[in-house]
Write a protein of this length. Structure first.
Length: 504
């Protein structure tokens, strides 16, 4: 390796949900991050993101960073082939222009599909390996919910994922991946062992803050702190992907192949043996409303509508909780958001303080109950820009497009064009729906809401709601997932496949 090494950086981040019928085109990325070259460098250096972590690790190691492109989009349906083509063309163009360098470090989500490709991240890494050859090191960072495939593992030298859920270690994961990539470039022994587990579980059912998943993470951390491992990741695959290949995975990185394989297996066994503990107990919407009506604490009840979570790739167009409040004649003061560009546009046409007839929600997700048809007063209008309060994604900028708050009696509904950061209170608070002032708040997220809402909420109630991100995985029609597969038809005596080193 040169005295001053050079690393190319690129990023494509989008969590797909194949049950979401809406494709994610370039607008989805322009709303968050769509930048090339030095502009990508400048933007990422201001954010606690994985690419920032990579930049800092390379520069701290005395290397030169060559940023190529950063695309970060809303979670949602599959990305268009146009987005994938743009990314690949810019990366290939960059490599031809500036040369291969000593390595290429890539920030990916890992659960990304396009119109034509089910394993976008594997496709990207395979293409990069083809472009740079066998010698340069490829290090990749991923979301904890990545679909880690054989193609990924055979193309990348280093694979690292988030170790927290809710995710708060974006920057740290990029830094870990880059640091290990540099170590590999320096010729230091660095072995990456992995095993893929035919398993999916709903993200709303677990967190790295509580058992049983926290115990798996704690064990991995103990292995790193004791120097038995250099790094580890337990990937719990995002479940709303009707594709093959598919699976959860464990990756362990060590100074010897024996240690990497040994501890990858131990971590995988722990992850799999706890599989029945990763499922939530769900309540009906009416049971949650009952809790809110009986609540005397002065703090809101949180109805967790994970099935319609844009963070998990669902659409965000459900009005099911509001429909039940209205049908019951309940007087609870309720706040929520809904993806509905048409309603937002109509609110702008009506103007603040005026009343109009609206048809709200249920415009995209097949089988979604609704819409909610009612007269509503336009309480406020907004441009849709807000900054997350965190801790997950603290400081990240979002733009959800034209946004309006509509009041229907005791119900306030924020309608917008493209919801994001749906577990962060600012998606409501910034637009005037202050959670502390309501009897019930509908939060469309899986786990990211837990920490910020704990400061204001009386109780979290996980509801059995409709949507493309439902925790009731057996309610979906699966046509493409591999078999046998948990929780569908995997044998009770299934044994974890022995970890292997797929790339020496």
């Amino acid at each position: 390796m040169h005295a001053k090494f050079r690393v190319l950086l690129c990023e494509l981040h989008e969590e797909s949900n194949t049950f979401n019928p809406l494709l994610a085109d370039l607008d989805s990325f322009r709303a968050i991050r769509c930048a090339e070259g030095q502009e990508a460098y400048r933007i990422c250096k201001e954010l606690p993101c994985a690419m920032h972590g990579m930049i800092d690790a390379v520069e701290a190691g005395g290397g030169e960073v060559v940023p190529l492109i950063s695309l970060d989009g809303h979670s949602g349906g599959c990305i268009t082939d146009r987005v994938l083509k743009l990314f690949l063309s810019k990366v290939e163009e960059g490599i031809k222009t500036v040369g291969v360098g000593d390595g290429i470090f890539v920030s990916l989500h890992g659960a990304t599909c396009s119109e034509s490709h089910s394993d976008v991240c594997g496709l990207i890494l395979g293409k990069l390996r083809e472009l740079v050859g066998e010698k340069p090191v490829i290090a990749a960072s991923f979301d904890l919910h990545a679909n880690i495939t054989e193609t990924i593992l055979r193309s990348a030298d280093i694979v690292c994922g988030y170790q927290s859920y809710p995710h708060v270690d974006f920057y740290q994961t990029g830094y870990r991946a880059a640091t290990l990539g540099i170590r590999k470039m320096q010729g230091k022994p660095t072995y990456c062992a992995s095993t893929i587990i035919p398993m999916m579980v709903p993200p709303v059912g677990y967190t790295s803050q509580l058992p049983p998943f926290s115990k798996v993470i704690a064990y991995g951390e103990s292995l790193v702190s004791s120097h038995a491992l250099l790094d580890f990741t337990t990937f719990q695959v995002q479940p709303w992907l009707d594709i093959s290949p598919l699976g959860s995975a464990v990756v362990a990185i060590a100074e010897t192949p024996e240690a990497a394989k040994l501890y990858a297996e131990k971590l995988a066994v722990q992850l799999y043996e706890n599989r029945d503990g990763y499922w939530p107990e769900l309540m009906t919407i009416d049971e949650v409303i009952d809790r809110a009506e009986a609540n005397t604490t002065g703090k809101p009840i949180i109805l967790v509508d994970s099935a319609d979570s844009p963070n998990g790739g669902a659409v965000g167009d459900s009005v099911a909780p509001a429909l039940r409040v209205i049908a019951r004649g309940s007087k609870i003061h309720m706040g929520m958001f809904v993806k509905d560009p048409e309603a937002a546009k109509k609110a702008f046409e009506a103007g603040v303080g005026n009343t109009a007839e609206f048809s709200i929600g249920a415009k995209y997700t097949p089988g979604m109950p609704g819409p909610l048809v009612s007269s509503a007063r336009v309480r406020s209008l907004h441009d849709g820009a807000f900054v997350q309060e965190g801790p997950a994604g603290k400081g990240f900028s979002n733009n959800i497009g034209k946004t309006a708050v509509l009041s229907i009696g005791n119900i306030d509904i924020m309608v917008c064009e493209m919801p994001s950061a749906s577990g962060d209170p600012q998606i409501l608070r910034h637009f005037g729906i202050e959670p502390k002032l309501y009897d019930m708040i509908v939060v469309k997220a899986n786990t990211s809401f837990r920490v910020p809402y704990s400061a204001v909420a009386d109780e979290f109630c996980y509801a059995d709601t409709p949507g493309a991100g439902s925790a009731s995985l057996k309610s979906f029609v699966w046509n493409h997932i591999p078999h046998p597969f948990y929780p569908f038809d995997l044998s009770e005596d299934y044994q974890i496949e022995k970890p292997v080193i797929r790339r020496a």
